[in-house]
Design a protein around this ligand. Structure first.
Ligand code: IPE
Ligand code: IPE
Ligand code: MG
Length: 260
């Protein structure tokens, strides 16, 4: 962390990593007397635009919550539509991502997806894996608790096979076994659609993320809405446990890791 001054002008501090809960597709459709699926379709356009605008602003990582581990509880037809949309979007957009030097990563338990979708995810990841302009992380069948559980399971396995001593387990080791461990933690969390909850998104990673909630429904989330969120973020003072006066004195000890 190099710049923590609260006096920066709006947009002067671009978050390295933005994580978004794209919520409100259903209500967007309902207001227009359309089926919920029309809201999801409109949501895909908002995804396309947001990816573009984030890349233009120099965001390094954009994580989008597309389908939670709890979303299987929805009506079967809606789940099917969401799967189909995911598949079609991968088909249509991967080349464009690649042309724009954007790397795609998918986090979540993909083993629950149809085989064809799993194959398409792998192909899209492989095709874009050396791109460096921005990383787009799609959280699909993702749950923050699932992520922590799978990390714990991996550590337990390593302890069992003798490659790890349980005394070595600390925060950074556990974090290194989480999804997207090689990426910076989110600086800015955005939830559209007015609900103020985390809904089992990146539970571990959000420990020191700035939270931003907006009433805007996801299909209406545009460039102006994104800039509003970034502008508010740039006026926040991230203290990481320090007091304000310490933050103006450089250099600081590594503020992003705890002393544990
Ligand atoms: C978010 O919009 C999209 C997904 C969860 C896949 P919703 O479908 O949750 O929209 P609302 O909350 O019902 O309006
Ligand atoms: C969270 O939205 C998940 C995604 C946006 C993919 P939900 O609409 O499913 O969240 P809850 O159920 O209202 O908390
Ligand atoms: Mg919702």
């Amino acid at each position: 962390m190099t710049d923590v001054s609260p006096t920066n002008a709006p947009l002067s501090r671009i978050p390295r990593h933005i994580a978004i809960i794209m919520d409100g597709n259903g209500r967007w459709a309902k207001r227009r007397n359309l089926p919920r699926t029309a809201g999801h379709q409109a949501g895909v356009s908002a995804v396309r635009k947001t990816v573009e605008h984030c890349a233009e602003r120099g965001v390094e990582v954009l994580t989008l919550f597309a389908f939670s581990s709890e979303n299987w509880r929805r009506p079967k037809e809606e789940v099917n539509v969401l799967m189909r949309l995911f598949m079609m979007t991968l088909d249509r957009e991967t080349k464009k991502l690649n042309n724009n030097n954007i790397r795609l990563r998918v986090i979540g338990d993909r083993s629950a997806f149809p085989d064809l979708l799993q194959r398409k995810i792998n192909e899209s990841e492989q095709m874009t894996h050396s791109n460096r302009r921005m990383t787009l992380v799609i959280a699909a069948n993702y749950g923050g608790r699932w992520d922590i559980v799978q990390a714990a399971r991996r550590l337990a396995q390593e302890a069992k096979n003798g490659s790890l001593n349980p005394d070595q387990i600390n925060e950074s080791l556990l974090a290194s076994r989480l999804s997207s461990a090689d990426l910076p933690e989110p600086d800015l969390f955005i939830r559209t659609g007015g609900e103020q909850r985390i809904s089992n998104f990146l539970l571990w990673h959000l420990a020191y993320t700035e939270l931003y909630f907006t009433e805007t429904l996801w299909p209406d989330f545009d460039e102006i809405a994104l800039d509003e969120a970034i502008s508010e973020y740039s006026q926040r003072e991230r203290r990481f446990g320090y007091i304000s006066e310490q933050l103006t004195k450089a250099p600081l000890p590594d503020a992003t890791s705890s002393s544990a």
